[in-house]
Design a protein around this ligand. Structure first.
Ligand code: GBH
Length: 516
């Protein structure tokens, strides 16, 4: 065997050595999906068009494989199968989202769609029968097109519309739902959809629309929280949070002080943009964001900053409005130095950061952006503990894409290595991680990637109208994890290439130095 292959296998073996394996008492496990990615039934039973229907129908060339969410996994009709799978996986909870345009076809509460209401009651009842707790997201990106036509999240009027929509959901379903998430990944909504073309409605108002969106979204989140807190919590006794996503940034050279500083700036721009206003004592946007955008705006000849600060009223009103810190985490990217990222438009959020980034790090997946860097996850979690005063944390998404193989060793290894880092920070650093949500139950409509990148525990055949679901090997891995509350050690979960080297040959000691 060539020396490089031999060393490569030894390196893989090394990664499998786990320090801790048992999860603490009370730690919970779940899986997640989102309405538009699985439901289908896009124009039946009273549902109206949402922004993803509009984008995928009018600009199919913007979806990698030209697919759409018209049928998706057909979960609108097949939710009972979904619940069977969830039950087989042994999860404590199921995270799913409500489709606004299914419940309120006009976007407003002047018309409530009875079929939509019935669908979610049926799903909730089916979950209750299996003792699976719902964790429900109010908004996972599928805005009714009617509201987009008024400007969507760039229009401050959305604060009222979102509050009204929340009100309906709390009133109608709050008896059955004890855990709510207001927004899934505000960054993706504001930067990718308003500041870029990466998500529907693909407004591409770079450097401007993204900040109008965050202003509205954070206020809408706060109003929804206060409504729940004051009106519903006293009788429903639930909890409510927001799920913030990270690409965690690290210096490409940890000894380079400038890069270290810039990585902190980038993390403030990415995670802090939404976490700082809610989870710090001080509230409002991170100071470095306020400063950078103001400077750039001035240089562009604008009379004031493109990023408007919250006044005292809103700073106070937004602060503290999340019972837990919900984190969606997939990956880490690197900072290579100061300057304008080659991919940055002008003006833009990315240019405002003032750093050059790279994805040249870690192992790969089927998604260009998703690099496998488990230690980055641990660093993010420790950073959240210290930046946000040791908040209780739920991991509300974490997962890995491949092309759809049933022997998904890459996914299993990803879960195992990322879960290992969670155990490390719980036991070594006292980070309060209370639960973990794997993305995702089954292969589904992966937004602009269509069905070309697959994140599911179950494979879904989208060429078959019955949308058959087939378990991948990772189903058995996760099922064992939820049953034992311990990281599975079985050999059958290891890639055959890695199995070769356990137990490690004694002469390998020299080569098995821990990699950094
Ligand atoms: C989550 O977002 C979503 O909540 C979920 O719906 C989705 O299915 C899942 O991830 C898997 O993608 O490289 O600049 O083009 C993850 C957030 C989305 C962050 C894609 C990075 C790529 C940006 N990620 N994004 S870029």
């Amino acid at each position: 065997m060539a020396l490089t292959t031999f060393v490569g296998i030894l390196a893989l073996c090394q990664l499998g050595v786990a320090h801790y394996s048992k999860f603490p008492e009370g730690f919970t496990f779940g899986v997640a999906t989102a309405s538009h990615q699985i439901e289908g039934a896009w124009n039946v039973s009273g549902k109206s068009e949402n922004v993803w229907d509009r984008l995928s129908h009018t600009r199919p060339e913007m979806i990698a494989d030209g697919t759409n969410g018209d049928i998706a996994c057909d979960s609108y009709n097949r939710y009972r199968e979904d619940v069977e799978e969830l039950s087989y996986l042994g999860v404590d909870f199921y995270r799913f989202s409500l489709s606004w345009s299914r419940l309120l076809p006009t976007g407003r509460v002047d018309h409530i769609n009875p079929d939509g209401v019935r669908y979610y009651h049926d799903l909730l009842d089916a979950l209750a029968e299996k003792n699976i707790e719902p964790l429900v997201t109010l908004f996972h990106w599928d805005l009714p097109q009617t509201l987009q036509d008024l400007g969507g999240w760039a229009n401050p009027k959305m604060i009222d519309y979102f509050r009204d929509y929340s009100d309906l959901c709390f009133k109608e379903f709050g008896g059955k739902i004890k855990s709510w998430i207001t927004f899934n990944e505000p960054y993706e909504i504001c930067e990718d959809a308003y500041g870029d073309l990466k998500k529907a409605p693909a407004i591409d108002s770079h450097g401007v629309g993204c900040y109008l969106c965050s202003d509205t979204l954070l206020k809408a989140h706060a109003e929804s929280y206060h409504l729940y807190n004051e009106t519903y919590r006293p009788t429903q006794n639930g909890r409510i949070m927001i799920s913030i996503n990270s690409i965690w940034y690290e210096p490409s050279d940890p000894a380079n002080v400038e890069q270290v500083t810039l990585a902190e700036v980038a993390n403030q721009f990415k995670f802090g943009w939404f976490a700082h206003p809610i989870f710090t004592e001080q509230g409002g946007y991170p100071a470095v964001m306020i400063e950078n955008v103001a400077q750039q705006s001035l240089a562009e000849g604008l009379p004031k900053s493109r990023l408007e600060q919250f006044d005292d009223y809103w700073t106070q009103r937004i602060k503290g409005t999340s019972d837990f810190l919900g984190i969606n985490h997939y990956t880490t990217h690197l900072i290579t130095g100061p300057g304008v990222d080659p991919l940055a438009k002008s003006p833009s959020w990315l240019k405002d950061i003032g750093a050059v980034t790279t994805m040249e790090v870690g192992g790969d997946s089927a998604s260009e952006w998703l690099r496998v860097v488990p230690t980055g996850f641990a660093n993010l979690l420790r950073w959240c503990k210290s930046s946000y005063n040791d908040p209780p944390i739920y991991i509300t998404e974490n997962g890995f894409s491949d092309l759809g193989t049933l022997e998904d060793y890459g996914r299993i290894k990803y879960f195992n290595d990322y879960l290992t880092e969670i155990l490390n920070v719980i036991y070594e650093d006292g980070v309060k991680v209370l639960g973990y949500t794997a993305w995702t139950l089954m292969d589904n409509f992966e937004w602009r990637a269509g069905f070309s990148e697959r994140f599911g525990f179950y494979h879904v055949d989208i060429t078959d109208p019955a949308r058959p679901r087939t378990p991948k090997l990772s189903v058995e891995y996760y099922r064992q994890l939820t049953a034992t509350r311990e990281l599975p050690q079985d050999d059958r979960f290891k890639d055959p290439a890695v199995r070769l080297c356990s137990p490690p040959p004694p002469m390998s000691n020299l080569l098995l130095k821990p990699s950094i």
